[in-house]
Design a protein around this ligand. Sequence first.
Ligand code: AMP
Length: 113
Amino acid sequence: MADSIFKKIYNKEIPSEIIYEDNFVFAINDINPIAPVHILVIPKEQIPTINDINADNEAIIGKIVLAAKHIAKQQGVAENGYRLVFNCNADGGQTVFHIHCHLLAGKKLIWNA
Ligand code: AMP
């Protein structure tokens, strides 16, 4: 599997500011934000889509959500609220095939599927 753009960011082959990192995940600001806070929480392991989550790697989803919770608090949006989104494949709007969780906040979000 070729390295994803997120893997290249983590490996410093593409410039971006890593705003959070732990043993399992890292986070960056989305380059094309759709909310005042739009952060991507990304596992260090490159897993292409949510369809590839299985019994062997399911723990990473908990790590992503825990990191997102922590980042939301850091960003000062935990109390007002936020949205966590995983897009999967074409109809889900996925464009980068390395799973990532969008943390959206900073305004009243409209539910508009
Ligand atoms: P998705 O459409 O769910 O796969 O989300 C991919 C996200 O990655 C989009 O919101 C893009 O704006 C974002 N993105 C793509 N390239 C970069 C980059 N170099 N730095 C930060 N965010 C990026």
